[in-house]
Design a protein around this ligand. Structure first.
Ligand SMILES: O=C(O)C(=O)Cc1ccccc1
Length: 307
């Protein structure tokens, strides 16, 4: 799937841009930096661009709520690809600055959450100013509203900033997962190492509703790689589940699980089936293989036909 135009969480130099540049052909395509995840998805929904790259999950901080919520409502979207980016942070400041003088620090909320430990032990009196991205914080240093920004080493170098400290992430091998989102389209072909993303509203407040949902996956041997609950925003206690399952809609066990889920929660949203970035194939028990599902289907058809 090659696209000619992409929106991404900008400005230039974000980790999201790094994720986008990993997509074959993206370096030669039109790339539109926008200020928020919502704006990036809006550019796709309105048809101004073919696809958008946005962060969805970090190995330290967890899900990116802005993304989980924005894909769960509004005009339907499809995830067609995922990218993993290893994240390292530096504390960058205007040239000539000293670590001892840093009080006000700006960055993206997810970056802050991953560097909080380092900041508290090295600059206990630090004050945090949220920015729309790590790169927005770095670009904004020139205006003087804060003393330092947490951003990528590459951007600090590109902007000619002083690096006051390197590798300030509390976990050294943090990874962020990004998704490439389009309008509904034909699914990418199954690769054998795929993922399916779903948004499942909790059907009604009855005991065991979540168990019933999980059972649809368990009974068909479908492994889950992420499950998060998010409030719908409608009223207190109203939640949906954001789920990534191993496998592709073309796999019988995944399709069968989705049919079961549709009976339980008819308003569930299919967000897409796409190749896993780590290419790790799903383990499939013989009783949940496509062949086992086909054999079971033929058996029932045979019985209905009188054999
Ligand atoms: O702000 C950025 O650079 C982003 O792309 C969002 C983000 C922030 C922190 C970790 C991973 C992604």
């Amino acid at each position: 799937m090659a696209f000619s135009s992409y929106a991404y969480l900008g400005p230039e130099g974000t980790f999201t841009e790094a994720a986008l540049l990993q997509v074959p052909g993206a370096a030669e395509a039109h790339r539109l930096p926008v200020a928020t995840v919502g704006a990036a998805l809006g550019e796709v929904r309105s048809g101004r661009v073919d696809a958008a790259m946005v962060p969805i999950e970090n190995s330290v901080e967890g899900g990116v709520s802005a993304t989980l919520d924005a894909v769960a409502v509004g005009e339907p979207l499809r995830i067609v690809r995922e990218e993993l980016v290893a994240i390292t942070f530096v504390l960058a400041a205007r040239p000539g600055a000293r670590l001892d003088d840093v009080r006000r620090i700006s960055t993206h909320g997810h970056a802050w959450a991953q560097c909080r430990g380092w900041v508290h032990s090295h600059i206990p009196e630090a004050e945090y100013l949220p920015a729309s991205s790590t790169a927005a914080a770095a670009h904004g240093l020139a205006e003087g509203a804060y003393d330092a920004a947490v951003c990528s080493p590459l951007l600090a170098e590109r902007l000619g900033l002083a690096v006051l400290a390197s590798d300030i992430g509390d976990v050294s091998d943090a990874v962020t997962r990004f998704i490439l989102v389009t309008r509904p389209t034909v699914l990418p072909a199954p690769t054998g190492a795929d993922k399916t993303s779903l948004v499942i509203p909790l059907p009604e407040d009855h005991p065991g509703a979540l168990m019933e949902i999980l059972d649809q996956f368990a009974a068909r041997g479908v492994n889950l790689s992420r499950i998060e609950s998010r409030p719908t925003g409608q009223f207190l206690g109203d939640y949906f589940f954001s789920i990534d399952a191993d496998g592709h809609l073309a796999d019988a066990r995944v399709a069968d699980a989705l049919k079961g889920l549709h009976r339980i929660s008819p308003n569930l949203r299919f967000l897409g089936s796409y190749a896993r970035a780590d290419k790790r194939p799903s383990t499939i028990a013989p009783r949940t293989s496509d062949e086992a599902f086909d054999a079971a289907e033929s058996w029932v058809e045979g019985l209905r036909g009188g054999s």
